[in-house]
Write a new protein. Structure first.
Length: 147
């Protein structure tokens, strides 16, 4: 089991345990641990993506070509979407919702288009950093609201 799947499993596990069976109830009535875990999961996923992108040239020269598999990028995209969806609650301000979803759209689009032009790789890297920042802002907003 790799680091990515361990992080995903622990984030998913804490959300499932603290959530309820109804998707609507789980979205509107979250415990603080599930709020923190979805933002934390989003930050970890985006940070791992940044590390993956920055370390790719070194890893490829060392022979780790399995890290270029398209399913790895798809995993980052799906985990980022799940983290954004889970982190946004009914009381989340509109500017945070717009920030997180727009960063995810740019992130997902650029990862899917990075074979078209080299610039999309850099744009995706910036969007990944934007997702980290968005989750930090959301986490701070939630912490202030619960205090």
């Amino acid at each position: 089991m790799n680091v990515l799947s361990i992080g995903f499993c622990s984030c998913l596990h804490s959300t499932v345990i603290s959530g309820s069976s109804s998707a609507h109830t789980a979205r509107t009535m979250r415990t603080p641990s599930s709020l923190f875990s979805s933002d934390t999961c989003g930050m970890v996923n985006s940070a791992l993506c940044v590390v993956h992108c920055l370390a790719m040239p070194v890893l490829l020269s060392a022979g780790a070509s399995f890290l270029t598999h398209p399913l790895l990028e798809l995993t980052f995209i799906v985990l980022a979407a799940w983290a954004v969806h889970s982190a946004i609650g009914s009381s989340t301000p509109a500017y945070i919702r717009v920030l997180l979803w727009s960063m995810w759209i740019v992130f997902a689009s650029s990862l899917l288009l990075e074979d078209v032009h080299e610039a999309f790789g850099w744009i995706g890297l910036g969007a990944s950093v934007g997702l980290v920042v968005g989750h930090v802002i959301n986490l701070r907003n939630r912490t202030r609201a619960s205090a």
